[in-house]
Design a binder for this molecule. Structure first.
Ligand SMILES: [Zn+2]
Length: 163
């Protein structure tokens, strides 16, 4: 069989960005249900039509990956909210990843881009936004999804949901 909509795919992968390996599946292939938007669009598109045992090596552009950098997602926040007893929290430094809460109470993960006199500049873009993604790997395992998996939009059993 070939990878298409409703195929359960076990895939070995390594992700390189700017020549550095950022992520890899390691000893256990990543398992996902193809065609349900579980993976970034460019990744699913490139795996479409591959068979078990096939290897691959491709680039996914930022637009088909984690999106382009959004300048509006970089914002200055009042430094006061990062102070503990009048001192800047030790967790706040350039490059630090922080989880904050927005006005709706939703958690937002961002990176400290700069620390000014009265403000802290936070970048809430996905860390891989604006990046081209280089994927290499192989197709470890393929099977047809069960009706229940298709209805739920995710994989059950090993590597998937247990419920
Ligand atoms: Zn389910």
């Amino acid at each position: 069989m070939l990878i298409g909509k409703n195929t359960v795919v076990g895939v070995n992968y390594a992700l390189d960005v700017d020549g550095m390996q950022l992520d890899a599946s390691g000893d256990t292939p990543l398992t996902y249900l193809h065609g349900h938007g579980m993976m970034i669009p460019g990744f699913e598109k490139q795996l479409e039509g591959l068979a078990e045992g096939d290897t691959y090596d491709f680039m996914v552009t930022a637009a088909e990956g984690y999106g382009e950098l959004n300048p509006d997602a970089i914002t200055d926040l009042d430094k006061q909210i990062f102070l503990i007893d009048g001192n800047l929290s030790t967790e706040v430094f350039e490059g630090a990843q922080l989880q904050l809460t927005n006005q709706d109470g939703q958690p937002m993960v961002g990176v400290v881009a700069a620390i000014g006199e009265d403000t802290v500049t936070m970048d809430f873009n996905h860390q891989l936004a604006g990046k081209n993604l280089h994927f290499t790997g192989s197709i470890a395992e393929l099977r047809v999804a069960t009706e229940e998996e298709i209805a739920h939009g995710h994989v059950h059993g090993p590597g998937g949901h247990h419920h």
